[in-house]
Design a protein. Structure first.
Length: 107
């Protein structure tokens, strides 16, 4: 199935957006020049919570891609994680140690 043309996502169709909802990020792909991402980092309590939000976003993206492309949700999720892992820079050992020593530990 060929993906449809890029278009604005209608927010009026999203039932759970209410007065207590807050926008955190917007993401666009741009013609031949990568992506544009705008983040309001002040909405979340800390950067680690942004990571939790991104993991949740990947779950939602897997559902959307599975429906749009006719894939199993698990297959779509695996493809998304593979793309994420391939795009991630090498981890800084000091950052890994800081995370490992965080009071919450590693999951």
């Amino acid at each position: 199935m060929k993906p449809s043309k890029p278009r604005a996502i209608p927010l009026s169709a999203i039932p759970n957006l209410g007065a207590r909802s807050a926008e955190v990020a917007r993401i666009w792909i741009t013609d031949r020049s990568g992506s544009t991402v705008v983040i309001d980092a002040g909405v979340l309590g800390d950067a680690e919570m942004f990571g939790v939000l991104m993991a949740d976003t990947i779950g939602h993206a897997a559902k959307a891609h599975a429906q749009a492309l006719g894939l199993a949700e698990e297959e779509a999720a695996a493809l998304i994680w593979r793309g994420l892992d391939g795009a991630r820079p090498d981890l800084d050992p000091d950052a890994v140690a800081k995370i490992a020593n965080h009071p919450g530990g590693l999951n």
